[in-house]
Design a protein. Structure first.
Length: 303
């Protein structure tokens, strides 16, 4: 069952076509990451879905509502975590979360929610005394206050240190296990690869592709990288004939190949036949970041 269905969505600002015929869907309980460089149209798309911005053309159905006309009944079922939000600095964390939760007919227990986002030791701290990372955790708590069926997350871990980012990832993954649908926008490609069931990549107002991170990598023409150290007493000339020229830096060998299975078999077979080890042998397929950079590169870009 789809939680979000978008067909031929378009929005212009004067002569600029910010969103240009975008079509996609998000299944209930899915984490869908919408990726793209600044100016790609992500924010406009998400704001239309949230009901905060009007569309020019196209049809939308989000949790069974048209966001433009869903009104309070629709807003009661969604949560929004903006990239940056303003707070009343004199409130404590507990006061602010309780106030937000009180706006919804269905809500999480404020104190449990504060613990969930890792602010348990800050519940009586005033907002003005929170660090940037702690404010982002508070953003997340406020977005979850109404126990939403659908959560919009805009750059949720900006300003987090690595430990806090991993904690937030665990929390987001747990929300999916509870059945919450999540639409995520992020510039951290590792974050999208770690969390998203599927991703959509936008550029210049258009949705270029959608799929799971594995599907996008597997369908990409980008090469797989094979690396290893030359065994002692051997040279590059001793290696078997491979599908593509290799790069040598001292004893370190790097091979960018479109035939990773065949080349790996040749190398390991050669080493086995000669009773040799291949130190630090590794086969690294293209990452989601590599696919993203290729798809969103401007004409003439080196990527």
């Amino acid at each position: 069952m789809a939680a979000i269905v978008v067909r031929d969505l378009a929005r212009s600002y004067g002569p600029v076509r910010a969103v240009d015929g975008v079509t996609f869907s998000v299944d209930a309980g899915e984490i869908f990451a919408l990726l793209g460089p600044n100016g790609a149209g992500k924010t406009t798309t998400v704001e239309i879905l949230e009901g905060y911005r009007a569309r020019d053309t196209g049809t939308l159905e989000v949790l069974g509502y048209d966001p433009a006309t869903g009104g309070p009944a629709y807003r009661a079922r969604i949560g929004v975590v903006l990239q940056s939000a303003g707070f009343e600095e004199e409130f404590t964390v507990r006061e602010l979360v309780r106030l937000q939760a009180g706006l919804y007919p269905r809500r999480h227990d404020p104190d449990e929610l504060i613990d969930l986002v890792g602010l348990g030791d800050k519940r009586t701290t005033r907002v003005r005394a929170l660090s940037g990372g702690q404010r982002r955790r508070l953003d997340l708590a406020l977005g979850l206050a109404g126990a939403p069926d659908l959560l919009f997350l805009d750059e949720p871990t900006t300003g987090f240190d690595p430990a806090a980012r991993h904690h937030a990832w665990d929390l987001i993954a747990n929300l999916r296990e509870l059945g919450t649908t999540i639409l995520l926008t992020t510039h951290y490609l590792e974050e999208a690869q770690r969390l998203a069931d599927r991703v959509g990549i936008m550029r210049a107002g258009q949705l270029l592709t959608t799929g799971t991170p594995d599907q996008l990598r597997d369908s990409s023409p980008l090469p797989t990288t094979i690396t290893f150290e030359l065994p002692a007493g051997t040279s590059a000339g001793d290696l078997p004939a491979l599908s593509t020229p290799l790069c040598l830096n001292g004893h370190a060998v790097r091979l960018a190949t479109l035939n990773p299975v065949a080349d790996s078999w040749l190398l390991t077979g050669w080493a086995t036949a000669h009773g040799l080890a291949l130190p630090d042998f590794a086969v690294t397929p293209p990452a989601l970041e590599d696919v993203y950079l290729r798809l969103t590169a401007e004409p003439g870009d080196a990527h």
